[in-house]
Design a protein around this ligand. Structure first.
Ligand SMILES: [Zn+2]
Ligand SMILES: [Zn+2]
Length: 329
């Protein structure tokens, strides 16, 4: 395990700027901190190391999620959080790779066993137009299961439901000092609405770009944020004429564009997630190529996100807990 941790730390050092390594700023975490765990850093591609896009934010005594891609329930459990203990899930948009983990979070979360379930009221899901219909579909999918468990185990109907909230841009959630603000992003003309989210707590902030092309609204919302978690897609040169690749690249941010966003936002730490490395005839683009393109305009700290990597932001500075490094490579 120590070897794996060493490898991952080297990765971060490689992409960090000069000066003290980030983890040297670590201080003991406190309950006043804002904690972020990357549950899934992948895309629709099946990848055992990178589950579907999903994130856990812990603050104000609550667990909230941004998106719930493939395997989110498993990663939550690995992070020590029961699917039944999620206060709310905020969806950036309704593409499948951001929601395929939802059924598991819903149905495992309402089981009576508190270790993995124990939810007493419906699952709160916030998202764009279409979220209510999707949520009705989720409930229908589990209609037989909830009827059986109601009759057999005495589970309450209200615990097994979904409370869907279709949002507009602006402040969408505020509780225990935690504020969630949605902002529109440009994921393509036909994908409306698509949101990014800014989360503020106790003077600290984390921003999720959502799926988006280069967008000044991400820059504006991430101004001075403690943490910016941003997507990207990168194609090898030999595939740029491929119409499928062109379509993908037309909906996402290139590493070069991401570098611009990072530089313009002046976020204190940026993290790549939703990692869209597209294969070419000679394999995937290398991280060296991707980082070099970012470095054309951005010289600050950059972390290549890994599943289960955790960030803790508090008065004492920033801590990065490299739990992702423990995952087999
Ligand atoms: Zn998408
Ligand atoms: Zn996506």
């Amino acid at each position: 395990m120590f070897r794996r941790i060493a490898i991952a730390l080297t990765l971060v050092v490689t992409f960090a700027t000069s000066g003290s390594p980030m983890w040297a700023q670590s201080t003991a975490p406190t309950d006043d901190d804002l904690k972020v765990t990357l549950l899934g850093t992948g895309t629709p591609t099946f990848n055992i190391r990178r589950f579907g896009f999903a994130n856990l934010v812990q603050a104000g005594g609550m667990n909230i999620m941004i998106d719930s891609g493939r395997g989110a329930g498993i990663r939550l459990f690995q992070a020590g959080v029961s699917p039944g203990a999620i206060e709310a899930i905020f969806l950036t948009h309704l593409h499948s790779d951001h929601i395929t983990g939802l059924p598991d979070i819903l149905a495992t979360g309402y089981l009576g066993w508190k270790l993995i379930g124990g939810r007493k009221s419906g699952l709160n899901i916030y998202g764009p137009k279409g979220t209510a219909e999707m949520s009705r579909g989720l409930s229908m999918f589990f209609a037989a299961d909830s009827a059986i468990r109601s009759a057999d185990e005495g589970l309450k109907a209200e615990a097994m439901g979904v409370n869907a909230v279709e949002i507009e841009a602006g402040l969408v959630f505020e509780k225990n000092g935690l504020r969630v603000t949605a902002f529109p992003v440009n994921h393509g003309e036909k994908i409306k609405s698509a949101f990014g989210y800014r989360i503020d707590y106790n003077g600290h902030s984390v921003v999720f770009s959502g799926d988006t092309k280069y967008d000044e609204k991400v820059v504006a919302n991430a101004k001075g944020a403690d943490l910016l978690i941003h997507e990207f897609a990168a194609s090898p040169q030999d595939m740029l004429d491929d119409p499928v690749y062109q379509k993908i690249l037309d909906h996402h941010t290139t590493p070069r564009e991401a570098g611009k966003v990072f530089a313009e936002s002046a976020a204190k730490l940026v993290v790549f997630s939703h990692q869209g490395l597209l294969p070419g005839k000679n394999g995937l683009p290398s991280w060296d190529e991707v980082v070099a393109q970012v470095r054309e305009s951005y010289t600050g700290e950059l972390v290549i996100g890994e599943d289960l990597m955790q960030f803790q932001i508090g008065q004492g500075g920033r801590t990065i807990l490299m739990k992702g490094a423990e995952w087999p490579r």
